[in-house]
Write a protein that binds this ligand. Structure first.
Ligand SMILES: Nc1nc2c(c(=O)[nH]1)N[C@H]1C(S)=C(S)[C@@H](COP(=O)(O)OP(=O)(O)OC[C@H]3O[C@@H](n4cnc5c(=O)[nH]c(N)nc54)[C@H](O)[C@@H]3O)O[C@H]1N2
Ligand SMILES: Nc1nc2c(c(=O)[nH]1)N[C@H]1C(S)=C(S)[C@@H](COP(=O)(O)OP(=O)(O)OC[C@H]3O[C@@H](n4cnc5c(=O)[nH]c(N)nc54)[C@H](O)[C@@H]3O)O[C@H]1N2
Ligand SMILES: [Mo]
Length: 762
C-alpha cells in the first residue's frame, strides 16, 4: 500500500532473514572497518568459550557449538569492535556545542572512547585527564552532597552481574536506593505485574519449552529485528506444526515469513517458512481488552461443551477465579470490540485456537509494556494462561522478551530502586553496614528530581539516559542543571554532551574485549531472558590501553568515596571477579550457591524460577487471577482528532544507537523521518501520502512538544493509530504519561495531532 512516489519507501516483498540479512552483515562489518577482526569476533559470540552477544537477551540454544547466525547481533558486535576511535584529538577539534548539532548516528560513529576526559567549560570541550584525577573529581562531587539521595545511579542493561552488583553496593554503601535503570523504561510492568500474579517478575519458560508447545502467542514484539535468534526457534516450531498467532497493530514481516540464512535449501531456492498462521491487528493499547475478550469466549465455550479450562489446576493452584468470571460475564462485547479494535468473531476465532491447544507459550515485548496500564495488562496475559493451566508444565508458560542482554541479571543482583527488605537485610549481614531502606527513584522520578534540583550528581553505568527518556525538552534541561555527571561508556552519545556544571567521560571495556585484571583473564557472567546464568569472556584486544573494566571503574569510584573502607576491599574485588561472585553467592545464597563452580560448567545454570515448578510466592500462596482495573484513562480523552502514536525500533538501530538509515522489513530505505498512518484517517484529516507533517503532543498546554517534518506513509495499521521511530519522536512523549504502577513511560501510545508541516519551522 506504500505510495511509489515517496522516495525511499516501498513495499518489501521478501521474507525476513534470507540473503538480505547476509548482505547486511557484510555491510555492517565493512562500515565499521571490522572485516577481519570482526569476522573472527562474531564466531565467538554465544559460544561456550566466547562472549555473550550484546545484541539481545534471547538465550543460547543447548548446542552452542555451531555458530548461530544473527544479523543484528553482528551489527551490535561490529559497532563495538569498530576500529574508529573518539580520541582526545577528535574532541579537541569539536566543541560540545558543535557536536550537539550532529545526529545521534554521527556522534556515536566517532567510535570508541579511548581516555578519561573532563568537560572544560571555559573551552566548551572534553579534555583528557588521568584516571586518578577523574576518580577524585567524581568522588569529590559525591562527597560534597548534603544528602546521599541527591545522587542518581543510572544503569543500562549491558553491565555484567559483577559490575552491576558492585554498582548497587557502591550506591547503597553511599546511602541511596536511587537506581533508575533502563528496566524502568522497558519491562518494569513485568517486574511489577507478574509478582502479584505468579510470585516472580520473570518469565517461566525455558528454551526447551518451545520444542513442546503446540501454540505460541506473540504479543507486541518484533523478533526479526529485536530478537533475531528467536526466529530460529519460531521457524522450528512452525515447521514442526505448532501454531503461531501474532497480535500487533503493524504487520511485521518476520511474524509472517522467515527465511533462515542457516538453511542452504531455503537460501538456494529463495524459499521461506510461514510464521504466524493468523494475524490480529489489535489497536494500539487494546491488548488488555483483546485478552479479556478471548477469556470471555473461553468461558462461553466451557459453559457450552466443557473441556476447555483446566479445572484441576484452577482448584489446586489459583485464587480469584470466581471474581474474574463475574467481571468477564459483566463485560459487554461492544466494549471489548471498541477497546481492542477487533471484531467479536475474530477474537472468538483466536480463542478457539487457544482452547484447542494442549500447551501454549505467550511471548510479549514493548508493544505490551509501554502503555498507561501495562502492569495490569501483563496480568491479563497471565490470566489467559492460568485458565488452561499453561504455567509450570512442559511446552507452556509466559515469556517476556527482555531488552538489554543483561538487564534481567542486573536486577537479580540488586540494581533496583525498590529493593525487597530481604535483599537489604542480606547486604547488612554480609557487609556489616545498614543499607538505606527508603525506596529510590525510577527514571521518571530521577528526571523530576534533577529538574527540581533535588538530585545534583548523575552517574551512568552505560546507556544514553536523556535520549532514551521521554520529553527531551524537560529531560535535557534537567541534565544541564547537574553539578556533576559521570558517564561510564564505550562510545560518546548525546547524553554526554548535555553538560551542566561538570561532566566526566570514563571509557570502559566492552563485552567483546579481553579483560585482564590482577594478571588473570577475567570472565563476567550474565543472565538471559530465561534465567540462565552463564560466563562471558571477551577476546579482542582493548580498544585503547587506557580502558578499564566496568567493575574496576565502579571500584575506583568507591575507593575514592570511602577511602580505606574497613568493610569492603574494593581494590581486591576489582582484580578478582571470582571474589565478587563469592559475595553475590553470600548475599543470595539460595539462587547463587556455588556460583563460581556452577558458572564454570559450559552452558551455566538456571536460577530458581518458582512458577516453572508451580511454586507461587504470592500473598495467597497461589497463582492469582487478577481483574483488570485500568487507572490510566483514555489517552485520546474522547477526541476523534487525536491519534495514538506508537514509537518503534527500526531494523538498523539498537535503542538510541542508530547504525543506519534503513528499516528493510518495513520497506524504508535511507531515511527515518516517516510516520505510518491508516489511509482512512489520512483521508479524514485531508492529508495525502507523501505529505510533510508535524506531530503535536495532543494535550500539551505549552504547545512546545512537536516532532516536526515527518513524511506521511500509508500503511495497513488500525484506524486511529500512528507509528514512527524512536528516539526522533520522544519529544511528544510526556514525562508524566506513564504506567501508574511501574512508572514505565507510555512510549507506545502517545496522544498526538497531525498537521501539515509548517515550513520555516524545521
Ligand atoms: N536489533 C535490536 N535488538 C534489540 C533492540 C534494538 O533496538 N535493536 N532493543 C533491545 C531492547 S532494550 C528491547 S526492550 C527489545 C525490544 O523489542 P520489541 O519489544 O520487539 O521492541 P519494539 O521495536 O519497541 O517493538 C514493539 C512491537 O510492538 C508493536 N506494538 C506497538 N504498539 C502495540 C500495542 O499496543 N499492542 C501490541 N500488541 N503491539 C504493539 C510494534 O508494532 C512492534 O512490532 O529489543 C532488544 N533487542
Ligand atoms: N520512544 C521510545 N523510547 C524508548 C523506548 C521505546 O520503545 N520508544 N524504549 C525504551 C527501552 S525498552 C530502553 S531499554 C531504553 C534504552 O535506554 P539505554 O539503555 O539508556 O540506551 P542505549 O541506547 O541502549 O544506550 C546506548 C549507549 O550505551 C553505551 N554502551 C554500549 N555498550 C556499553 C557497555 O558495554 N558498557 C557501557 N558502560 N556502556 C555501553 C554507549 O555509550 C551507547 O551510546 O530506551 C527506552 N526509550
Ligand atoms: Mo529495553
Amino acid at each position: 500500500m506504500s505510495d511509489p512516489k515517496i522516495p525511499g519507501v516501498r513495499d518489501y516483498d521478501a521474507p525476513a532473514g534470507g540473503w538480505g540479512a547476509l548482505k547486511a552483515v557484510a555491510g555492517a562489518l565493512a562500515d565499521q572497518e571490522t572485516v577481519i577482526e570482526g569476522g573472527k569476533t562474531l564466531l565467538r559470540a554465544n559460544q561456550p568459550e566466547g562472549f555473550d552477544c550484546p545484541g539481545c537477551a534471547w538465550p543460547d540454544p543447548k548446542h552452542t557449538s555451531s555458530f548461530e547466525f544473527c544479523e543484528n547481533g553482528a551489527k551490535a558486535v561490529a559497532w563495538e569492535a569498530t576500529t574508529k576511535r573518539a580520541t582526545p584529538e577528535v574532541f579537541a577539534r569539536h566543541t560540545v556545542s558543535e557536536l550537539l548539532t550532529w545526529s545521534d548516528h554521527q556522534i556515536e560513529d566517532l567510535g570508541r572512547l579511548t581516555e578519561p576526559m573532563a568537560y572544560d567549560p571555559a573551552d566548551d570541550r572534553y579534555k583528557a585527564i588521568p584516571w586518578d584525577e577523574a576518580f577524585s573529581r567524581a568522588g569529590a562531587a559525591l562527597k560534597a552532597l548534603s544528602d546521599p539521595n541527591q545522587a542518581e545511579f543510572y544503569a543500562s542493561g549491558r553491565a555484567s552481574n559483577e559490575a552491576a552488583f558492585l554498582y548497587q553496593l557502591l550506591g547503597r554503601r553511599f546511602g541511596t536506593n536511587n537506581f533508575p535503570d533502563c528496566s524502568n523504561m522497558c519491562h518494569e510492568p513485568t517486574s511489577v505485574g507478574l509478582p502479584d500474579s505468579i510470585g516472580l517478575g520473570k518469565g517461566s519458560v525455558t528454551l526447551e519449552d518451545f520444542d513442546h508447545a503446540d501454540l505460541i502467542l506473540c504479543f507486541g514484539h518484533n523478533p526479526g529485528t529485536n530478537h533475531p535468534r528467536m526466529m530460529a526457534t519460531l521457524r522450528e516450531a512452525s515447521r514442526r506444526g505448532a501454531t503461531i498467532l501474532a497480535f500487533n497493530p503493524l504487520k511485521e514481516r518476520s511474524l509472517e515469513r522467515f527465511a533462515s540464512p542457516q538453511d542452504a535449501v531455503e537460501m538456494a531456492t529463495l524459499g521461506s517458512t510461514p510464521i504466524a498462521s493468523a494475524y490480529y491487528q489489535v489497536t494500539i493499547g487494546g491488548d488488555a481488552m483483546l485478552v479479556q475478550g478471548m477469556m470471555k469466549a473461553l468461558l462461553a465455550m466451557e459453559a457450552q461443551g466443557g473441556g476447555v479450562l483446566d479445572h484441576a489446576f484452577i482448584a489446586e493452584h489459583t485464587a480469584g477465579f470466581e471474581a474474574l468470571m463475574a467481571q468477564l460475564e459483566a463485560l459487554d462485547w461492544s466494549v471489548i470490540e471498541a477497546g481492542s479494535g477487533l471484531s467479536r468473531a475474530r477474537i472468538e476465532e483466536a480463542a478457539v485456537v487457544y482452547a484447542k491447544s494442549k500447551a501454549a507459550i505467550l511471548c510479549y515485548g514493548m508493544g505490551l509494556t509501554q502503555h498507561r496500564d501495562s502492569s495490569g495488562t501483563v496480568q491479563q496475559l497471565v490470566n489467559l494462561l492460568l485458565l488452561k493451566g499453561n504455567i509450570g508444565r512442559p511446552g507452556a508458560g509466559i515469556c517476556p522478551l527482555r531488552g538489554h542482554s543483561n538487564v534481567q541479571g542486573a536486577r537479580t543482583v540488586g540494581v533496583w530502586e525498590k529493593p525487597p527488605a530481604a535483599l537489604l537485610d542480606s547486604l547488612r549481614d554480609v557487609f556489616g553496614f545498614e543499607p538505606p531502606r527508603v525506596h529510590g527513584h525510577t527514571v521518571v522520578e530521577a528526571i523530576a528530581a534533577m529538574e527540581q534540583g533535588r538530585a545534583k550528581v548523575f552517574v551512568g553505568l552505560g546507556g544514553n539516559f536523556a535520549v532514551a527518556a521521554p520529553d527531551p525538552t524537560r529531560t535535557f534541561a534537567a541534565m544541564r542543571q547537574l553539578d556533576m555527571a559521570v558517564h561510564i561508556a564505550t562510545k560518546p552519545n548525546r547524553t554526554h554532551l548535555l553538560v551542566g556544571k561538570a561532566a566526566l567521560l570514563l571509557p570502559c571495556l566492552g563485552r567483546t574485549e579481553m579483560d585482564m585484571r590482577g594478571g588473570v583473564r577475567q570472565s563476567v557472567t550474565v543472565e538471559d531472558s530465561m534465567s540462565m546464568v552463564h560466563a562471558s569472556r571477551g577476546l579482542n584486544p582493548p580498544a585503547s590501553e587506557h580502558l578499564l573494566s566496568e567493575p574496576a571503574i565502579v571500584a575506583g569510584l568507591a575507593e575514592t568515596v570511602f577511602g580505606r573502607d574497613p568493610l569492603i576491599d574494593w581494590g581486591g574485588l576489582a582484580n578478582d571477579y571470582d571474589a565478587v561472585r563469592a559475595l553475590i553467592a553470600g548475599v543470595f545464597p539460595s539462587a547463587f550457591a556455588d556460583y563460581n563452580d556452577r558458572v564454570r560448567v559450559p552452558g551455566g545454570f538456571r536460577l530458581p524460577v518458582g512458577p516453572s515448578d508451580r511454586v507461587w510466592r504470592t500473598a495467597s500462596g497461589k497463582a492469582n487471577f487478577l481483574v483488570f482495573d485500568p487507572k490510566g484513562g483514555d489517552p485520546r480523552r474522547g477526541d476523534p482528532d487525536v491519534l495514538l502514536l506508537t514509537t518503534l525500533r527500526s531494523h538498523d538501530q539498537y535503542n538510541t544507537t542508530v547504525y543506519g538509515q534503513d528499516d528493510r522489513y518495513r520497506g524504508v530505505f535511507g531515511r527515518r523521518d516517516v510516520v505510518f498512518a491508516n489511509p482512512d484517517d489520512m483521508a479524514r484529516l485531508g492529508l495525502e501520502a507523501g505529505a510533510k507533517v508535524d506531530l503535536l503532543a495532543a494535550f500539551d498546554d505549552g504547545g512546545a512538544r512537536i516532532a516536526r517534518g515527518f513524511t506521511l506513509v500509508a500503511r495497513d495499521i488500525p484506524p486511529g493509530c500512528l507509528a514512527a521511530y524512536y528516539p526522533e519522536t520522544n519529544v511528544v512523549i510526556a514525562l508524566d504519561d506513564h504506567d501508574l504502577r511501574s512508572g514505565t513511560p507510555a512510549y507506545k501510545s502517545a496522544p498526538v495531532r497531525l498537521r501539515k508541516h509548517e515550513a520555516g519551522l524545521n
